[in-house]
Design a protein around this ligand. Structure first.
Ligand code: ZN
Length: 170
């Protein structure tokens, strides 16, 4: 496998700006690129497709409709949840718009936005924050390296600050 071309199993480091509705909503800082494992669905599908076959030094801008980004907004993906299910958080710390981690009966953890705060329940929105949005990424490919075996096994990058003891094996 050539490590000069973006392909499955390559760790890619990128500088990017994410533009939504004409505004930059996220970007990497100079000297602090984003790394991801190509082919492992670490990034939105449209961006992964656009980067396939690119090389270090390549710059591109891609505009992605929701189905190639975070998906359409799903109005059914909203739930009323008892306050006691949101864990350690103090009710007085809750604010509309904040993001919570919510654990379901199987122990899986989901991120959700608080839409409404009631006496005993919360209305939570489980849609990704950018669901339903058209995204434009301005990207520069900075570097590539082959993924380690462990990274391939886990399906994500282990950065230099990765602590193996914290690894939950996912
Ligand atoms: Zn891992």
């Amino acid at each position: 496998m050539s490590s000069n071309i973006i392909a499955d199993g390559v760790v890619v480091s990128l500088a990017y700006q994410l533009e939504v509705d004409g505004e930059i909503v996220a970007q990497t800082e100079p000297g602090d690129p984003m790394e991801y494992l190509h082919g492992a669905e670490n990034i939105v599908p449209g961006l992964e497709q656009a980067l396939n076959g690119k090389r270090p030094g390549d710059k591109l801008s891609v505009t992605l409709p929701p189905d190639l980004a975070y998906g359409e907004y799903d109005p059914d993906d909203i739930d009323e949840v008892p306050l006691e299910d949101v864990g350690d958080i103090d009710a007085s710390d809750l604010e509309v718009g904040m993001v919570l981690e919510v654990e379901d009966d199987e122990g899986d953890v989901y991120l959700a936005f608080v839409r409404e705060i009631g006496e005993e329940t919360l209305i939570l929105d489980f849609n990704p924050p950018l669901a339903g949005k058209t995204l434009t990424y301005h990207v520069e490919v900075l570097g590539l390296r082959p993924a380690t075996e462990t990274e391939l096994e886990h399906g994500h990058v282990h950065g230099s600050d990765w602590d193996e003891e914290d690894d939950d094996g996912e």
